[in-house]
Design a binder for this molecule. Structure first.
Ligand code: DAH
Length: 355
């Protein structure tokens, strides 16, 4: 290879070494091998040489071209892999970052109310019982002394399902948590002290009713249970739950097929402002002494055992306690609503702090 070609190969190597990105690299490539690049010009000049020199010079230029092309490709690969490394390290995700950088999860107000109820009734020695959402007619109605002609049995209020495996008896989406009273009495010997928080279903849908909602049932059975126990238990619960020690509570005579006597329970409330404790009354739950027929239906001798029961809507007391005006967003899974009304998972219910 002649001096000028050796010099060109060396100059190209030096230039390539200083190119730090593909743009600079391409400029060098074009400057040597492009249409009017320095090596291309030498090729063009071949034509002016006498034939005997042309052959040797042509072979030398081609060797120079091979060397330069190889250097250019090597540099290109190096620059491309450096660019990829830079991109990868720029996009790296640090999986060791602490999760608290994400917004923390929140407890839904319905769950929070259930936890508070479990804590308050738990402190009274009452435990939690559960039952299935799909019930049979007897447990949801019959055993509870709800007669065949009662309006609650009508298709309008109740979601019915066909019987299972050829059984002609239709099943129901439980319309209240009261069938768990029946289940508990059939499987536990008295004394019994349970609450039953859970889902219930009715064919009803507007601003204050949802086809799925939550109730909590209460059942206490022992010897010598009186209305006084019922009243004391519910007054204590309501004052504790709403955090107002002087909350007015009124018991008003009423009717339920499964209790005798039966009472609605009202709390003091201001009709105009919605504030608790005020001079008007707001109905909040149903209660009564367990009907002797219900005890007998569930295999408990009413001459030996007495009991009281109650049932209340969880959404209703939650809305009242926290001033939540609309029922529908409870089930819409809107994260903005939950951020506003939800509770920190790190702040568990603690009775000594007041709930
Ligand atoms: N099950 C009734 C309802 O859904 C509520 C209720 C009232 C439950 C009185 C009771 C009770 O246990 O004693 O409307």
């Amino acid at each position: 290879m002649s001096d000028d070609l050796l010099a060109l190969v060396a100059a190209t190597d030096t230039a390539l070494a200083t190119a730090t990105d593909l743009r600079a690299w391409d400029a060098i490539r074009v400057g040597v091998l492009g249409k009017s690049g320095s090596l291309t010009e030498k090729l063009k000049a071949l034509g002016a040489l006498p034939p005997d020199q042309r052959r040797e010079r042509g072979a030398a230029i081609n060797r120079a071209k091979d060397a330069i092309t190889a250097a250019i490709e090597t540099r290109k690969a190096a620059l491309e892999s450096a660019a990829l490394d830079a991109k990868l390290s720029g996009e790296r995700i640090d999986v060791t970052l602490p999760p608290l950088l994400a917004p923390p999860g929140l407890i839904h107000p319905i769950s929070r109310t259930m936890e508070e109820m479990a804590a308050i009734f738990g402190a009274m020695g009452i435990s939690i019982a559960e039952g299935p959402d799909i019930e049979d007619d007897w447990r949801n109605f019959g055993a509870l002394n709800i007669p065949a002609h009662h309006s609650a049995r009508e298709d309008m209020d109740t979601f019915y399902l066909p019987g299972l495996n050829g059984d002609a008896r239709r099943r129901v989406m439980r319309t209240h948590t009261s069938p768990v009273q029946v289940r508990t009495m059939l499987t536990q010997a008295p004394p019994i002290r349970v609450i039953v928080p859970g889902r219930t279903y009715r064919a009803d849908h507007d601003a204050t009713h949802s086809p799925m909602f939550h109730q909590v049932e209460g059942l206490v059975i022992d010897r010598g249970i009186t209305l006084g126990h019922l009243k004391g238990c519910l007054i204590d619960f309501l004052r504790e739950f709403f955090g107002i020690s002087s909350l007015p509570v009124r018991f008003r005579s009423s009717y339920f097929p499964f209790t005798e006597p039966s009472m609605e329970v009202d709390i003091g409330w201001n009709r105009r402002t919605g504030e608790l404790g005020g001079g008007d009354w707001l109905e909040i739950l149903g209660s009564g002494m367990v009907h002797p027929k219900v005890l007998a239906n569930c295999g408990i001798d009413p001459r030996e055992w007495q009991g009281f029961a109650f049932g209340m809507g969880i959404e209703r007391v939650t809305m009242l306690k926290h001033g939540i005006p609309d029922l529908r967003p409870f089930y819409e899974s809107d994260i903005r609503w939950l951020r506003h009304y939800g509770f920190s998972a790190l702040a568990p219910v603690a009775l000594h702090e007041g709930v």
